[in-house]
Design a protein around this ligand. Structure first.
Ligand SMILES: [Ca+2]
Length: 444
């Protein structure tokens, strides 16, 4: 039986501890995923219990049931598509289970119908917790740029690059939210304390629509590389000095080459389409560390350090196990993971499991950011020359010319443990994966 291409490349599955800086291509056996998924087999029961737990108003409950019902209806259909069984645990990102063949777009309908039913469901975040209420407020930033002008990627107000993101389909895809400075324990481990300065972080991963604007501006290739020194993260004690001309060689030769490269996955787990389509609000995947750096430099930002990203994900001194907190009872409603993002049961893996951004407001982080876990890994600035985080860390970054970089958050096919804020994964900087994306950070 044919395996997913990434399984052929890497039978153990690319993951941290598998990629070693000095032995690129060498991977260790993956960790057993245990029986976590056993807790999530009955989505309807979950939905009911979560709704009761939230004590939602009757109207909101009805709305939720409707939208999820659509998800389920949409998700059952794709199971009829050709599905190739890849051994459990062998999933590209630890996902395992069934890896879908090409096509299988049925689940997308489910996701979109879920979003369509969101007019009322938009109230969900404020009903879940105080911090979630902050996310609702953040949606309001769409109408009024905060201080700085709209990032270049959203100035064209095109699909996925305007005000059509999130569950309600009206949030600013380029929303940027402040993250207060503070001291916290990286990976929720007191052995790795860190202090970060206040900064800003994009609410969402970079969408296909925003990356399309980047390409339309003639960017991202050797024909128009970033200016030397641009895109430097200013919260690294001067260690990140921005774009280096030597990196130009890591960019695609021209636009045609870039467009082709963005179809990195032969099984069509790509989100990029040559023409604008149904995936404009999905995260751009198949991008390299260098392309993400170039994008963020053009868009007025820079890649976050892993300390910055983890700070936002754990909610600083709240030390949340997951971005939303510690609750594990309703995770399928908080993040796209384990191939459930399209509403299907666990491990029914389809390209639709790489969902649009912002469809899981119950997974909101302390400061309003969404998708801090799930859908696709967030690439950070840090190089991978040592597994252990740096100590001490005061706006620290591990920054060199190493081949690997550190990534956080798990993906749409990742097991639950990879969504936790103590999980990070190393991948080569120049590699392209359907489960890796990124988001930009910005100065105050
Ligand atoms: Ca699925």
């Amino acid at each position: 039986m044919d395996l997913h291409p990434s399984l052929k490349r890497d039978p153990a599955g690319p993951d941290y501890r598998r990629f070693h800086h000095h032995h690129p291509g060498h991977f260790y056996p993956r960790l057993p995923s245990g029986s976590l998924q056993a807790h999530y087999v009955d989505r309807m029961r979950l939905i009911t219990s979560l709704a009761l737990w939230l004590a939602l108003p009757l109207a909101a409950l009805a709305s939720l049931g409707c939208s999820v019902g659509d998800d389920l209806a949409g998700a059952h259909a794709p199971t009829a598509h050709g599905v190739s069984k890849a051994d459990g645990g062998g999933g590209p990102d630890g996902g395992g289970g069934n890896m879908a063949g090409p096509a299988g777009a049925g689940g997308i309908d489910g996701a979109q119908s879920g979003a369509g039913g969101s007019g009322a469901a938009g109230g969900l975040p404020s009903g879940s917790s105080g911090s979630a209420g902050g996310a609702g407020g953040a949606g309001g930033t769409g109408g009024a740029p905060q201080g700085l002008s709209t990032p270049p990627s959203c100035q064209g107000n095109t699909p996925g690059a305007g005000h059509d993101c999130g569950l309600a389909g009206s949030d600013d895809c380029c929303a940027v939210l402040p993250v207060p400075g503070g001291t916290f324990d990286r990976m929720n481990d007191p052995a790795y304390p860190a202090t970060v300065s206040a900064f800003r972080l994009d609410k969402y991963p970079i969408t296909v629509g925003r990356f399309r604007a980047f390409i339309a501006a003639g960017q991202g290739t050797q024909e128009a590389p970033p200016a030397p020194g641009s895109g430097a993260n200013p919260y690294t004690g001067g260690r990140d000095t921005g774009w280096k001309p030597a990196w130009n060689a890591h960019l695609a030769a021209d636009e045609a080459a870039l467009r082709s490269a963005l179809h990195c996955d032969a099984w069509e787990w790509n989100t990029w389409t040559q023409d604008p389509g149904d995936a404009e609000r999905k995260p751009i995947v198949c991008v390299t560390y260098y392309e993400l750096r170039a994008f963020c430099a053009w868009d007025g930002g820079f890649l976050p350090t892993e300390a910055q990203f983890n700070h936002a994900a754990v909610g600083g001194d709240e030390q949340r196990p997951y971005p939303w907190g510690s609750d594990e009872s309703g995770v399928p409603l908080r993040a796209a993971y384990d191939c459930m993002g399209d509403g299907s049961p666990a491990q029914q893996c389809q390209p639709s499991d790489i969902t649009e951004v912002g469809l899981f407001p119950l997974g909101v982080g302390r400061w309003g950011h969404l998708d801090l876990s799930g859908i696709a890994y967030n690439t950070t600035l840090d190089s991978l020359d040592d597994f252990f985080p740096q100590v001490p860390c005061n706006d620290c970054v591990r920054y060199d010319e190493g081949e690997g970089t550190m990534n956080w958050s798990g993906s749409g096919v990742a097991k639950l443990f990879k969504l936790k804020n103590d999980h990070r994964a190393g991948y080569p900087k120049t590699a392209r994966y359907y489960f890796r994306s990124g988001r930009c950070a910005r100065a105050l």
